[in-house]
Design a protein. Structure first.
Length: 153
């Protein structure tokens, strides 16, 4: 079975940021670098969605997401923040994991399935801890890839 969303190793990194706007800018840059997309276009898409309400999922996780003409299938990028950042999450906790998702404008249910898969991934305290404690981006990518492969099966 095909993975619910596309994630390449180059789209996973640790990053420093001190506020939500910087996090979104870094995330847009990560999408641009990993998938050869236009950073400004991606940032505009993410900011437009964020203006509707915070994508702070809670429990130290944010899932900024948007529909975009730049992708042909749900596509993800992940930033593990060096220091937690206030993301205006419903639970009030700052975030240290940011999983971005871009889906085609006509994705509909595929976008919702990808968001649900990401939500399942980070809902577990043990998985969240393992993601935060992964020694490097390669180990973090492997952890996510293994979990999403199990989810898609």
């Amino acid at each position: 079975m095909t993975a619910i969303f596309r994630l390449v190793p180059e789209a996973v990194e640790s990053a420093a940021a001190d506020e939500k706007a910087v996090v979104l800018q870094r995330l847009a840059g990560q999408f641009a670098a990993a998938y050869d997309l236009d950073q400004a276009e991606i940032l505009n898409d993410l900011l437009a969605r964020e203006a509707l309400g915070s994508t702070g999922f809670g429990r130290g996780v944010a899932i900024p997401h948007a529909h975009s003409d730049a992708v042909s299938r749900p596509t993800a990028a992940l930033l593990r923040l060096e220091q937690p950042v206030d993301f205006a999450a419903a639970d009030g906790l700052p975030v240290d994991l940011v999983i971005g998702l871009l889906s085609p404008k006509n994705a509909g249910v595929a976008h919702l399935h990808a968001l649900a898969a990401i939500s399942r991934l980070v809902r577990s305290d043990a998985t969240h801890r393992a993601m935060v404690e992964a020694p490097d981006a390669e180990a973090l990518y492997a952890l996510i890839a293994n979990a999403t492969d199990r989810d898609a099966a």
